[in-house]
Design a protein around this ligand. Structure first.
Ligand code: NDP
Length: 324
């Protein structure tokens, strides 16, 4: 690890106040579990209905009153391809409002350490694989989620601008596709893995002889367990202090067909999987270059097969409360 990466930071005080924005979501809840298990005793949280981060005045009131030492921004309007493609104006506007309000309020409160979470969709549609951090702003975005991506890119730039103008040690991380407990299993707004889990669970429960998935099954995707992301976030807060954003992933990809097979096995579905090649495949490969994260001393640990089995078990155990 270079000196530049580690300068001015180190282990966080376990008694420091840490505000996790979006603590009930997939990422925020994993962060909450992780920080609790690491002995943090002063975690600040507000549910969406208690503090709407699109409400600028309320966000400032909260931040200036709480004055957290650390802020992690895991609040966002998030969705899969269908939701992004159907509501681009809402995705752009809400995400810009949430992050601008949160970051401006954190500047006003002079929060010393802040982690902004973006997403791998910030990269150009045709970025060279594995995608390096330097690919940002080198080409056109994937049109189905460009509005969301632009909001996230603005967040990265705001973090850099705050570092320059105010000298605060704020950082940003770009996670790959995530999965795990507390995911969103909605038919209209879920991501790849929760969508597959729900589809195979329902096929098994209904005794369906076949499951038909979109596309050919050949595109390759990277998946990171959200507990790994939470551990990466803590690692970055304690060990990384650069203006440039950092990719967080496994660096390993699988075909969608392999991922679907793992889900079918975890679910115990014994029927046949078919592929509807008249439906779009999306980009052929999407995997992050995680060299910088490795250099910073962190790597993913949850094996995909185990992570899927655990997520299926969570889905069943929490069936009535699952977001769907
Ligand atoms: P979730 O939808 O699971 O959680 C988002 C959280 O933000 C929810 O608790 C939601 O509350 C809250 N929220 C949304 N709008 C507001 C608002 N206006 N005010 C206050 N709270 C709000 O999303 P994820 O956990 O999946 O995503 C978190 C971050 O991680 C995002 O920045 C996303 O880009 C990033 N990420 C996620 C990936 C994934 O695969 N899921 C991949 C890469 C990055 P409520 O539900 O009540 O609206």
């Amino acid at each position: 690890m270079t000196d530049e990466m580690t300068s001015s930071i180190g282990a966080l005080d376990r008694a420091a106040s840490v505000y996790i924005a979006g603590h009930r979501g997939l990422v925020g809840s994993a962060l909450y579990r992780k920080l609790q298990s690491e002995g943090f005793t002063n975690l600040l949280v507000r549910q969406h209905n208690e503090l709407d981060l699109t409400d600028r005045a309320a966000t400032f009131d909260f931040m200036l009153e709480a004055k957290p030492r650390v802020v992690i921004d895991a609040a966002a309007r998030v969705g899969g391809i269908m939701a992004n493609n159907t509501y681009p104006a809402d995705f752009l506007s809400e995400n810009l409002q949430i992050q601008v309000n949160l970051l401006d309020a954190a500047v006003a409160a002079r929060v010393p350490r802040l982690l902004f979470l973006g997403s791998s969709c910030i990269y150009p549609k045709l970025a060279r694989q594995p995608i390096e951090e330097a690919a940002l702003l080198t080409g056109p975005l994937e049109p189905t989620n460009d509005a969301y991506a632009i909001a996230k890119i603005a967040g990265i730039l705001q973090i850099q601008a705050v570092r320059r103008q105010y000298g605060l040690s704020w950082i940003s991380a770009m996670p790959t596709n995530l999965y795990g407990p507390e995911d969103n299993f909605s038919n209209t707004s879920s991501h790849l893995l929760p969508a597959l889990i729900r589809r195979y669970e329902e096929a098994k429960a209904g005794g369906a002889p076949t499951v038909t998935n979109w596309g050919t099954g050949t595109p390759r995707r990277e998946l990171l367990h959200v507990d790994d992301l939470a551990s990466a976030c803590l690692h970055l807060l304690e060990h990384y202090d650069r203006a440039g954003h950092v990719n967080v992933g496994t660096g390993v990809d699988h075909t969608i067909s392999e991922i679907a097979d793992m889900v079918a096995t975890a679910v115990g579905y014994t029927g046949e999987t078919r592929w509807d090649s008249t439906k779009p495949d999306g980009t052929p490969r999407k995997v992050l270059d995680v060299s910088l994260m490795l250099q910073a001393g962190w790597h993913a640990q949850v094996p995909l097969r185990e992570g899927i089995e655990e997520t299926v078990a969570w889905y069943r155990a929490n069936f009535d409360a699952v977001r769907r």
